[in-house]
Design a protein around this ligand. Sequence first.
Ligand code: CAA
Length: 379
Amino acid sequence: MNFQYSEEHLAVRDAARDFAQTELLDGVIERDTEAKFPYEQIKKMGELGFMGMMVDPKYNGGGMDTVSYVLAMEEISKIDASASVSMSVNNSLVCWGLEKYGTEAQKEKYLKKLATGEVIGAFCLSEPEAGSDATSQKTTAELDGNYYLLNGTKNWITNGNTASIYLVIAQTDPAKGHKGISAFIVEREWEGFVVGKKEDKLGIRGSDTHSLMFTDVKVPVENRIGEEGFGFRFAMETLNGGRIGIAAQALGIASGAYELSLAYSKERKAFGKPISQHQAIQFKLADMATQIEAARLLVLKSAWLKDQGKDYADASAMAKLYASEVAMNVTVEAVQVHGGYGYVKEYHVERLMRDAKITQIYEGTSEIQKIVISRSILR
Ligand code: CAA
């Protein structure tokens, strides 16, 4: 057992920390208030290799391990969780899914551009009536010669309006239930594809969440990922890894709020001494630090299991379940430590508290993680 990071891990962590401080911190409050996507910052993240970190260098990726990825996710999320969700979807859901299950031609055509961040991807599973119950897909893809005709609506799609390449899950044979679901690569410019309304959200307001509509969109057969009927398994396996990224995001939101609280508690004086000298605050800081450390261990373990080629489905569900709870607890306490200042935008912690909530909802609610974990325990 070795709890030490390698030199490479520390270099990636420091590079991400540096980028977050110098490029993301400035303007993060305005982007949140105005719900503005961080275009310039995401472009730079692509140039620095943060958008395709784990992709093989032969497809223009960084060739890094999952531990490096979670370290970078934590640092970016400390400052801007809207930027980090875009990074997470592109890395974990889109690039990983394509690299693992795409054909060589699909990787050449799509993955190479996604891995550099030259274009951004989106993962389209959720529907108005299929969120947690992901098998109830209503979007259909009907084979018509060399094309599938894609029809339906997707909801809550991260990178919805900024993406150029969309991985879309759809029913190809409704009679077969989840075994009749398939996955497709869809290009933004294709006729019949319309980006719908932008969601006005509680948190991660700088991220770009939209509904999408498909009306007789012609998807070439060669853009199907895997065999017909493989789409549900594709989505589930992709989400197993995605949950590691979101767990790291939750960890970053929590540790960002904790670091701000620690610094504030040493500066702010009340009753004649810094509030860090009052036991009421010391107990809060101790609880925050302990919960964050426990979450970090779960996140790193799930990343390590993935890097070792071992099963990580349960570990990633546990990491996401726990880290998102910690993100919520710690950010609420961070606002409390800051008192009245915590309730205004300038001190960042109210934003982190709003951002934390989504980590208990997307890529499977906390209840879905408990289903994944309990099924495994009881199997
Ligand atoms: N890993 C691999 N395979 C899995 C799996 C997992 N975690 N969970 C289920 N499967 C497989 C099962 O083995 C089964 O396969 P077989 O029939 O071949 O045996 C098949 O999928 C169906 O499984 P279930 O019978 O268990 O299906 P279910 O309907 O009872 O429940 C579920 C499945 C776990 C609840 C699933 O629907 C689920 O995970 N729902 C949540 C979906 C989700 O996370 N959505 C997030 C949207 S994406 C997003 O948020 C991205 C973003 O923008 C940030």
